[in-house]
Every structure is written in structure tokens, then in C-alpha cells.
Design a protein around this ligand. Sequence first.
Ligand code: FAD
Length: 322
Amino acid sequence: MRIIDPCFEVLDEDFRQGRLAEQIERCGRVCYKSEDRISPDSAEPFIKGIIKRGHESVLEMAQIVLELAVDSESSMYRFFERIPRFCQVDRLEDRRYLLSGNPRAFRDLARGHSDLKIVKAISGLLAERYPVLFSDLVPSSGWLPQEGLMVRLLTPEEIMQLPLERLIRHRTLLVHLTVNRAVTHELVRHRIASYLQESQRYCRYGEARFGGEVVFIRPCFFKEESREYGLWLDAMSRAEQTYLELLKTSSPQAARTVLPNSCKTEIMVHASLEEWMHILRLRTSKAADPSMREIMLALLSEFVRSFPAVFGPVRDGLGDQD
Ligand SMILES: Cc1cc2nc3c(=O)[nH]c(=O)nc-3n(C[C@H](O)[C@H](O)[C@H](O)COP(=O)(O)OP(=O)(O)OC[C@H]3O[C@@H](n4cnc5c(N)ncnc54)[C@H](O)[C@@H]3O)c2cc1C
């Protein structure tokens, strides 16, 4: 049995380098704890396998931002009637629009609405730029260039330079958190975000690659020398023993039924700055679960350093609680 403190890492490098497939693979492998299999060529087969198995939530872990220019507004009206709920659109000047979403949202658009010229133009560009994410959806006739429409991908630099009110809607941040299972359970209640978490159904903690042990998150509630901490330690030790015993004859999904809330869980959270602001306001409040609050206060400080104009006001709002 191992006891660790909760921690997090903001993963922004793949976004800055425009490496969508690599970011998606990195997130997807957290579920199976198979990060050791990442290599320069592993993203493509990994994503193909994910698509084949229909585990498309993995494809939510990256962001695409497009600029559209149309020669007539009427082509946009039909698009607005059907726009998927997981895309964001802002109207710019001169019949131009900003459209963003994750690869899964754009795949749903291509699958469900390819009768629209605008969807054909978007899907054509995405299949050309990111074949591993979109080529399986290309119809046999192809997605030919569409007249009267211009679609282009924004570069990471252009996204970073968006004005504040657009930046918070279209820019996303990916965070890798290592927390207890109660915290992940609360986090996933935030609906306008995407998640992937370590699967207790697939991970067999009795195996050598997991050190043959269960890892627990140190509770913030008890002092280490206290009687309560001793009781907690004893309960974790007994849960681990029972889990390892059950694994001798049962699958991980059966054995996990005895694992407690203190179990270490890794979770990838991918959300817009706007949703992060909402999450942080709620989860740094004094009303929040202290285990959640301790990690969210640390995350807020890190976000303030990277995006002071966005998260500074969230931090300043905390003072109101005292
Ligand atoms: C202090 C505290 C105590 C809590 N206690 C409990 C509890 O006892 N039991 C429990 O079940 N949960 C509890 N929760 C979880 C809480 O109910 C929410 O599920 C969680 O905080 C997600 O936040 P949210 O609903 O504001 O918004 P998110 O899911 O993060 O969504 C962001 C915003 O999108 C909009 N939105 C999203 N989905 C919808 C929708 N379907 N319809 C309309 N608008 C939508 C809303 O404007 C929302 O504010 C608690 C949370 C906190 C912070």
C-alpha cells in the first residue's frame, strides 16, 4: 500500500504545438494506464482502435477552432438550426464566424449534417488536415471544395491572441489531476467539459506494473499522529488486502467493489476557460469538499499565473467569503 498527496499538471504543450492526435492519445492512455506504450508512431493506431471500439469520448480531449467566411448569410441560417450543442459559434464582422469544438463534435457534425454545404467544407478541411481523426468519415465521392465558402483553421498563436470574451469561450485547457475517487466523482458532475479517468475495471493493481499494491490519497482531514488517521490507515490496509485476495479468483471489475473513496485516481479534464472559471468558483468556495478545495485552490493559482485577466477575478472573488 502506498499513500501519496494529490497533485495536478496543466498540459498545454501539445495544444501550443498543434499536436491534436498526440494529446488525444496521451489522455486516452490514462484510462488503461498504458502511457509506457506512447512512441513517435503510436498515436495513429491508438486513435484508429478507439474509433473502431466506439470509445469516442477520447476524441473530446482536443480543441479545433475555425474561421468561416460565407458569401451569403442564408447558408449560415440552416447551419444554426442544427448546430451541435457541443460547438461554440461567434459572429465576427463581414459575414465571418468563429466556430470551435472538439474532434468528436466535428465528427458528429460530419456524420449527421453532411447535406449542408458548410459542413462539407468544414469536414473536407478537417479530413485533409487531420486524416487520422476524420478520414473514416469521408464519403466515396469525397468532400469537394464548396463555392462561396472559406474555412480555415486558427493556429495556436491566433487562438491565444483572441480578445478576452472570445478567448474564454474558444480556448480550452487540459489538466491531469491525481486525486481521490470522491473528488473525481464530484468533478465529472460538471457537464460542459470532457473527462477520461483511470479505469478500475481495466487496471489490475495486483500486477507488477502497478507495484502489486493499491495507492491511496492522503486525507486532508486527519493529522498523521491522530487516532482518526490510524483508523483510516487500518481501513485502507484491510481494503487492499481484500482487493488483492479477490483478484486471485476474480476480475478487476469485481475486485474493485471493495475499493474505497480514498483510492488514487488519475483524471484528465478538458474544458473551456469559461467552464474552468465556473468550476473554480464553485470548487474553491468554503462550501466545497475540503479534498476538492485544496487541489482547486492550487490549480487556480497556476491558472492565474498563465491567464491573469481570466482567472485573477475568480481568485479576487474568493476574498468575499472571509
Ligand atoms: C457546495 C456544493 C455542494 C453540492 N452538493 C451536492 C449534493 O448534495 N448532491 C448532488 O447531487 N450534487 C451536489 N453538488 C453538485 C452540483 O449539484 C452540480 O452537479 C455540480 O456542482 C455541477 O455544477 P453546475 O450544475 O453548476 O454546472 P455545470 O455542469 O458545470 O455546467 C455549467 C453551466 O452550464 C449550464 N448547464 C449545464 N447543464 C445544464 C442543463 N442540463 N440545464 C440547464 N443548464 C445547464 C448551467 O448554467 C451551469 O451553471 C454540489 C456542488 C457544490 C459546489
